[in-house]
Write a protein that binds this ligand. Sequence first.
Ligand SMILES: [Zn+2]
Ligand SMILES: [Zn+2]
Length: 105
Amino acid sequence: MSHLVICQRCGEDEELNGKKVGDEIFVECQSCGLVWSRNLLPSCRKCSSLDVHPAFEAVVLKSRGTQLSVESSKLIYLCASCDIARLREYQRSNSPIMPKDLPNA
Ligand SMILES: [Zn+2]
Ligand SMILES: [Zn+2]
């Protein structure tokens, strides 16, 4: 088992059992008994941490000239370690955060 997997309920990261059922990988926490599907949980693309938080990111389009306009927002997942700055920004503003890469003006 990868030690990057952490039980969302009790934080256990050692006593975890992985089992494959069909195409899905289930993880069972030996500590509290929580079972979850590995595939359904969002995880960080950089460090594979499951300690990610849903957030809304603004979808920014370049409009006329150099003006950027916010078209809509999309759901993203911010990692509590890799994206902590953006996560804090989101929690503070409680509104869609700006994408890292803005269209070139
Ligand atoms: Zn647990
Ligand atoms: Zn991460």
